[in-house]
Design a protein around this ligand. Structure first.
Ligand SMILES: Cc1cc2nc3c(=O)[nH]c(=O)nc-3n(C[C@H](O)[C@H](O)[C@H](O)COP(=O)(O)OP(=O)(O)OC[C@H]3O[C@@H](n4cnc5c(N)ncnc54)[C@H](O)[C@@H]3O)c2cc1C
Length: 373
């Protein structure tokens, strides 16, 4: 007879591991199923750092969720005794009327967030690392920084296990119906199923009714010609709007992983989660080096590493958190569109609320499937 759980969580990456922890800590009998290792570098949550910021240019409605996410990151650090979040301050630069600067200002003003608007002269005085076009300005906020993604997933899983969850790595979900899940190792039954399948969500959820487009996203590390300018403590997290509307961004250097990390937030090449090429190409390296060339003159130097990650893009680049249509006991969290990690702590809480109470007080209504009708 298949073992029965209060909740089965499919996918133990950023969101699934957080959901397992919150569910187990509330006393639910929970099973987390992960097709690869926990954690792993084949999905959307590897690469040593993920930015967190509060003046959210993507949409001001995310700010209340972010406030709760920050509280939960703090609680997780305290309960685990692990350093997971570095607050470095953050600066978001671009033309005054561009999406990044105007969006960050809108969110900051609407929610009374501490921030500072700087002109180009002030930015380059405070942060001589950057070279910017003449008309660029920047929004500075002290509250920004970065999380350590692999460590966060490990800690969420460990806390889930210690609270009594079963977590199975290397076990792939092959089929499911409401209340029943079949893997390559066995069968299980559950009151609720929560799908956190990242780039595999489209394959797992044929009834979603919304197209999720998976893209291939390179991350790069270079060794800067003046490393002392880019160290933790001197360099904030940063983003610069590019003419095509994408965002070049990066992090300070970190002791346990050499080099200066740089990436581009914008849709990469469309791919498939099972067929993606994780081999870095000349074009990937050119893309990374072009950002350094354009904006970080003292950061120029040889490439150290390139890693390939995936975005799961929803049609409007906002998350999808809801019940699966036609299934009252199936909850979905997907389509994080390349900006979800900073929310993992609060998404875990939301998913536990939805699974245990059937509702949540947290403001996620704007992320429901209704908006696509
Ligand atoms: C290059 C890059 C940079 C990013 N930078 C930032 C940033 O700076 N700040 C930020 O907030 N966000 C950032 N993001 C986005 C963020 O990392 C993602 O939104 C988030 O990690 C997605 O989490 P997830 O749980 O949906 O996916 P994942 O963490 O990938 O988890 C999904 C899991 O489901 C598992 N799974 C799928 N199918 C099955 C199955 N059939 N059976 C069992 N398990 C299954 C997968 O193996 C995987 O482990 C970035 C993303 C990328 C790719």
């Amino acid at each position: 007879m298949a073992e029965y759980f209060d909740a089965i969580v499919v996918g133990c990456g950023a969101m699934g591991s957080a959901a397992c922890m919150h569910l187990a800590q509330r006393g639910a009998k929970v099973l987390g199923l992960e097709q690869f290792d926990i954690p792993h570098a084949l999905g959307s949550s590897h690469g040593y750092s993920r930015m967190i910021r509060l003046a959210y240019y993507e949409h001001p409605d995310y700010v209340p969720l972010l406030r709760r996410a920050y509280q939960l990151w703090d609680e997780l650090e305290k309960s685990s005794g692990q350093k997971l979040l570095y607050l470095t301050g953050g600066i978001y630069m671009g033309p005054r009327e561009g999406e990044v600067v105007s969006g960050a200002l809108k969110a900051a003003r609407m929610h009374g967030l501490e921030h500072e608007l700087m002109d180009r002269a002030e930015i380059t005085r405070r942060f001589p690392q950057f070279s910017l076009p003449r008309d660029f300005v920047g929004v500075w906020e002290q509250q920004a920084g970065f999380l350590l993604p692999e460590k966060v997933i490990s800690v969420h899983c460990e806390q889930a296990l210690r609270a009594g969850a079963q977590m199975h790595g290397r076990e792939k979900v092959m089929d499911w119906r409401e209340g029943w899940v079949k893997t390559d190792k066995g069968e299980y039954r559950a009151k609720r199923i929560i799908f956190c399948g990242g780039a595999w969500s489209g394959k797992l959820l044929s009834e979603l009714g919304v197209e999720l487009i998976v893209t291939r996203q390179p991350l790069g590390w270079v060794w800067p010609r003046r490393p002392e300018l880019f160290e933790l403590g001197k360099m904030p997290v940063w983003g610069i709007e590019a003419p095509d509307g994408s965002l070049s961004y990066g992090f300070p250097m970190m002791a346990d992983n050499p080099g200066l990390k740089i990436a581009r937030h914008g849709r990469g090449i469309v791919t498939d989660a099972d067929e993606i090429s994780r081999q870095a190409t000349e074009a990937d390296e050119k893309e990374i080096q072009a950002v350094v060339e354009r904006h970080l003159p003292e950061g120029r130097g040889p490439t150290l590493a390139i890693r390939i990650c995936m975005y799961t893009n929803s049609p409007d680049a906002h998350f999808v958190i809801d019940q699966l249509p036609g299934h009252s006991n199936v909850i979905i969290a997907c389509g994080f569109s390349g900006h979800g990690f900073k929310f993992a702590s609060v998404i875990g809480e939301v998913l536990a609320d939805l699974a245990m109470e059937g509702k949540t007080e947290l403001p996620v209504g704007f992320l429901g499937l209704n908006r696509f009708k």
